[in-house]
Design a protein around this ligand. Structure first.
Ligand code: FMN
Length: 197
């Protein structure tokens, strides 16, 4: 944390998207969250962390406790963040392979996720990603992540009216308002966990 907003610190949030697709709706949620922090939601900075360069986890790539440079750079970003925003698509009722891969790399010793707050948002089909989110929460138990419980954010991306444009940008105002509530809850919980308020 660096700057202060009305005597409270500005928290650093690392945002991770489980989809590698260019026009990913979930990535669109992160872009929208970043826009919100530049407009109406103050007291936080969100950095999008690209997980696409990470190799598939293979512990043979670890040499004397060190990691490939791209993995080490990712781990540093995770370590330096105050909390996390997961944009969590649902593949076959669970988290996506790319997201699990990124989570696993940052869990290698020392586990750099530990004792941090996190929030989850999803855009998916029918349940809006609920099943994937609950799997992610279960994974978080072992990582020692602390998830914001409410509000939950499940967005059915395919139900009319359109929620996203063809580039994956969130265009639905109601969904933006709900996203704002998630960000405010994440900020409050992060500060509480850090003993700041
Ligand atoms: C391999 C695969 C499995 C999927 N399984 C589910 C699923 O279990 N539940 C669901 O709601 N959507 C499922 N979908 C649809 C995704 O929710 C949809 O493609 C969504 O747009 C993915 O997120 P993205 O736009 O961020 O890439 C699946 C898509 C793929 C490619």
């Amino acid at each position: 944390m660096e700057a202060m907003v009305a005597s409270q610190p500005v928290i650093k949030i690392a945002a991770i998207c489980g989809s590698l697709r260019k026009a990913s709706f979930n990535r669109g949620l992160i872009r929208s969250a970043i826009e919100l922090t530049k407009e109406s939601v103050k007291g936080m900075e969100i950095e999008y962390i690209d997980i696409s360069p990470l190799p598939m986890l293979n512990t043979d790539l670890e040499v004397d406790g060190t990691y490939p440079p791209v993995v080490e750079a990712f781990r540093q970003k995770i370590l330096q963040a105050d909390s996390y925003l997961f944009a969590c698509p649902e593949y076959n009722y669970s988290v996506t392979g790319p997201l699990k891969n990124a989570i696993d790399w940052a869990s290698r010793p020392p586990n750099v996720w530990a004792d941090k707050a996190a929030a989850i948002v999803s855009a998916a089909g029918g349940s809006g990603g609920a099943r994937a989110q609950y799997h992610l929460r279960q994974i978080g138990v072992y990582l020692d992540l602390h998830f914001v419980n409410k509000p939950e954010y499940f967005l059915n991306a395919f139900q009319p009216p359109a929620k996203f444009d063809s580039d994956g940008n969130l265009i639905d105002e109601e969904s933006k308002e709900k996203l704002k509530a998630v960000l405010l809850a994440l900020r409050a919980f992060t500060l509480r966990l850090q003993g700041i308020c």
